[in-house]
Design a binder for this molecule. Structure first.
Ligand SMILES: [Fe+2]
Length: 313
């Protein structure tokens, strides 16, 4: 007698789970079975219609078509839904004295130039207010880490990243800095501004349809890495920004908020670098924890981007 096939809503979920139950890799098995359970539950809970299902396929297709070496719509999806921060928080559950991480975001690019201490990442930005970001890279005991690498990127004072600015054909507002023997670094830039995330695609439509604003509070991105330590992907934020409480991607953590001090007279590093006042300074010390396992010291941002094929365009 042939097997009965009176499939119900519940049968189909059980059958799909069964079909994947033989997955060899235990972690893949856990992920795929969880994904199926939650996806099926989600569809049943909201009673997704065929029209809505087709709309969802259209949205994902459009998001995929928008992705290039300059645009990552899926990271924006993850960021604006709060998923990136859930992953971040799960990965860094215990406060251990190390600098807190936050979202990587969609705007990192490979190939930023290595600059000397005090090097200007904002050399083409004539409208922003000059700003010096300084501090040290330390281990958890407060010992300086010499030769640590800081990969820095930031939006221009126009609110656009270089990749969004059609008047630019080169990398801008990006640089790699090394700490000196005392673990010190010095980055010359312009004061960060708040900016809206790109809203000309499906993410923008989602934000508008749900009554959300697209703004991110002013920040500077860092990936800090050093041999023998776990790299940290993070930002520093400007304490005076009006969007700290409502960041479109949920990325603000109290420990990453900095004070930007205004100076009317050039002295110290500013005088040496020929910076005309007014200018701002801010300070932030990064604390790295020892690498959990061998090989974890590779700049993880580059690894992740390479995995996404972002180097090709
Ligand atoms: Fe950003």
């Amino acid at each position: 007698m042939p097997m009965q096939r009176n499939t119900t809503e519940d049968d189909i979920t059980a059958e799909a789970l069964q079909r994947f139950a033989g997955t060899q890799d235990p972690r893949l098995r856990q992920i795929i079975l969880g994904l199926i359970r939650h996806l099926h539950d989600f569809v049943k809970e909201v009673e997704l219609t065929e029209a809505e299902w087709f709309q969802a396929i259209g949205i994902l297709t459009e998001a995929g078509r928008m992705c290039s070496d300059k645009r990552q719509e899926f990271i924006l999806f993850s960021d604006t839904l709060g998923v990136s921060m859930v992953v971040d928080l799960l990965s860094h559950r215990k406060p251990d004295g190390a600098t807190e991480s936050t979202v990587f975001g969609p705007f990192h690019r490979l190939g930023a130039p290595e600059l000397p201490a005090g090097g200007n990442i904002a050399h083409l930005d004539k409208k922003g207010t000059p700003t010096l970001v300084s501090g040290r890279v330390l281990d958890l005991d407060g010992k300086p880490i010499a030769g640590a690498l800081l990969d820095v990127w930031q939006a221009q004072s126009s609110g656009l990243y270089d990749s969004q600015d059609e008047s630019l054909s080169e990398l801008h507002m990006r640089g790699k800095f090394r700490t000196d023997a005392e673990g010190r670094y010095l980055v010359r830039t312009v004061r960060p501004v708040h900016y809206p995330i790109p809203s000309d695609g499906p993410i923008g439509r989602m934000l508008r349809a749900t009554g959300r604003h697209p703004w991110r509070p002013a920040h500077i991105h860092f990936v800090v890495s050093a041999e023998g330590y776990e790299p940290v992907t993070t930002h520093i934020f400007d304490r005076t920004d009006e969007y700290l409480e409502s960041d479109a991607v949920f990325a603000v953590k109290d420990s990453l908020i900095c004070d930007f001090a205004c100076h009317e007279k050039a002295d110290g590093d500013a005088a040496r670098l020929g910076i005309a006042p007014p200018y701002y300074t801010t300070q932030f010390d990064f604390r790295l924890k020892p690498a959990a396992e061998q090989g974890a010291t590779v700049l993880d941002a580059q690894r992740r981007l390479a995995a996404l094929g972002a180097a090709e365009g």
